[in-house]
Write a protein that binds this ligand. Sequence first.
Ligand code: HEM
Length: 311
Amino acid sequence: MMRPAIIIALLVLCFAACKKEENPFEQLEHNSPNPPSEALPQDNFAWLHQRVFRPVCANSGCHDGNFEPDFRSIGSAYNSLVFHPVIANDPGNSFTYRVLPGNVQMSFLHERLTTFVPNTSGTMPLETDGPDWPQNQGLYIAAISSWIQSGAPNMFGTPPSLGNLEPQVTGCLAFAAGNTTSPLPRGTDPGVQPIEVPAGNVDLWFSFSDDSTASNAFTFNKFKIATSVLGFATVPELSLSTGSAITGLDFGNTNATFTHKAALDLASYPIGSQLFVRVYVDDGDHPEPTEVPNDGTGSPMVDYFTLMIVP
Ligand code: HEM
């Protein structure tokens, strides 16, 4: 018969093991209209940006626009990493890109996090006072490697193609029509929850990032709204207006410029209805407009573009 002391010790050990991994950004995320990082898979680019690239790398004087890569926003981070040429290579000039999708060892990002490359300022991060780098370094490097290994998709699962990258949606906020300062909240249950909107006039604003085209220079700007995630083939394309812009928090909780607006009249939808939204934009560098999200975007990422009619 096992001694009581051993049973108690085992119980304490189990409890410690089950304790939720601490999220040092809980307070910041709590006040945001965006889902918390815990809602995201750990190798999703939005999780990596919220937990590593912005708080650990984009410190003042570092990758905050001072040094490449630019980790300030999800869009700038993605566009300055994936298939992006290297500046200060190793003595053998072994690396072509900061991130070579599918190849961790040939990605300079991984090299700079794990090796002191000669003739550089050292292993990254140069300063380790980021909120939780010392205790989570292993977890973060593993998550970055898993993202690279899985083909370095953007946060909505779209794989990159060599050459010009597709435009990315980096923020989606809903407001009562005409309001631009009080974004409507998402549901508070765990996970990525729909934005809760009234059965009335609502404005949906989007921010974009592209590696070469300014979002107000996109050549195609449309959206669709459907009552089922499979219903997009049968609903009409509607115009996004691009005449004005507002500032708001993007998916990485960084202030961004929202340039595209969808004016919605939701009066005919009953309380409890769930609505799905997709946007279609063209940076002028691809054969057809980019659709976000698309049929390949699974949960929880597709839920970023979901609305719920509430009383
Ligand atoms: C985990 C966080 C960080 C990551 C992932 C990161 C990543 C990188 C990468 C990939 C490069 C090479 C760019 C190229 O040559 O193409 C680089 C360079 C650089 N980083 Fe970081 N960095 C981080 C944190 C920091 C911090 C906190 C500082 C400042 C204290 C910093 C300062 C620099 C500087 C000055 C360079 C250019 C000089 C050199 O190549 O050594 N980095 N970083």
